[in-house]
Design a protein around this ligand. Structure first.
Ligand code: PHE
Length: 350
């Protein structure tokens, strides 16, 4: 008990003699830190006889509180003194110009996605998402892409060495090559009727002037009892006209995607020459913007949807491509170069 009293007094003395906050903190650690001299006594209470334990605990806690309060008071005193000294000596020139401050901007990929989400919200689509790390089933098999399909080759797809168990089979893991995996996940999670878009990152083993290993797509899928190709045309017409802020002329070309039947590639009239023919559209007057089609019945089945009751359409569009066309960005790689000049010019104010 006498020891505790002595310990307390020497702590209080050191507190009083501290001349700055750092010194004060050293005193705190010495006595009240995790292995501090007062803290350590509290840790040994268990070894004492019960009647002794009570009084020792009480005295130690009182000592602890007294030292703690003294430290707090001294700290306030030292801080006030430091502030007063600063105010007495420091001279502020409030007529100096401000230091320039670089406020960040929103990246074109981000605000184009937001723009499209707003357009599709008005058409009754909600926003969904799914994993970027996928397995072969969701990226390929469920989308009616057979094992021998060229997109499954190593030179197109980033594969992991790991497999995961799915549907009783070992499925190889990969970075998704398209947002179309969200079609299956959304059907399984929400069933039909369904109306979602799903923006996100996709990955392909590809890198040159017009390809980057990572880019963004927006997937869309709509299922209901009587959805036809006309609905697809109508939705794309509204979406692209609203996005490009003009009445864009669309051209549908028959195309093949294993997960659609029929499938189509959709072009817009060239935004640079208004269809007259220029370098960008290679004198054709049209530019390809997206892939779409009616959802294949095998895909509906993989999503657990009865294709006799529900049908629908799906589409996939490249976000960077849309941004390049609307804002006149001519090099895809600039999106991911982290150049502040690019952001200064094409970024949007927050
Ligand atoms: N997933 C296709 C692609 O990446 C685009 C697409 C989506 C086509 C949906 C048709 C339907 O090219």
């Amino acid at each position: 008990m006498q020891n505790i009293e002595q310990l307390k007094n020497s702590a209080l003395e050191l507190v009083q003699n501290s001349t700055d906050v750092k010194q004060l903190d050293e005193v705190r650690v010495k006595f009240l830190g995790k292995n501090g001299e007062i803290t350590s006594i509290l840790k040994t209470l268990g070894k004492l006889a019960p009647e002794e334990r009570k009084t020792v605990a009480q005295t130690t806690n009182e000592a602890k509180n007294a030292v703690f309060a003294a430290i707090e008071a001294k700290k306030a005193e030292l801080e006030l003194a430091a502030l007063e000294e600063k105010l007495a000596t420091e001279k502020l020139d409030i007529t100096l110009p401000e230091t320039p401050y670089n406020l960040g901007k929103r990246h074109p990929v981000s605000f184009v996605i937001e723009e499209l989400e707003t357009i599709f919200a008005k058409l009754g689509f909600s926003v969904a998402s799914a994993n970027e790390i996928e397995n072969e089933h969701f990226n390929f098999t469920a989308l009616n892409i057979p094992a021998e399909h060229p997109a499954r080759q190593d030179h197109d797809t980033f594969y992991f060495n790991d497999f995961e168990e799915f549907n009783g089979e070992k499925q190889r893991k990969l970075l998704r090559t398209q947002t179309s995996n969200t079609q299956i996940h959304a059907m399984q999670a929400k069933g039909a009727p369904l109306r979602i878009i799903a923006p996100g990152r996709v990955y392909r083993c590809d890198s040159d002037l017009t390809h980057t290993p990572q880019f963004h797509q927006i997937e869309g899928i709509a299922l209901d009892k009587d959805i036809t190709f006309s609905h697809l045309k109508g939705v794309l017409q509204v979406f692209l006209s609203q996005y490009f802020e003009r009445d864009v002329k669309l051209r549908f070309r028959p195309s093949y995607f294993p997960f659609t039947e029929p499938g189509t590639e959709v072009d817009i009239e060239c935004v640079f020459c208004e269809g007259k023919g220029c370098r960008v559209c290679k004198k054709t007057g049209f530019i390809e913007v997206l892939g779409a089609g009616m959802v294949h019945e095998n895909v509906l089945a993989a999503g657990g949807i009865d294709s006799k009751e529900f049908q629908g359409f799906a589409f996939g569009v490249g976000v960077e491509r849309l941004a390049m066309l609307k804002y006149g960005i001519n090099d895809l790689r600039m999106f991911f170069d982290s150049q502040t000049e690019f952001m200064k010019h094409f970024g949007k104010n927050l």
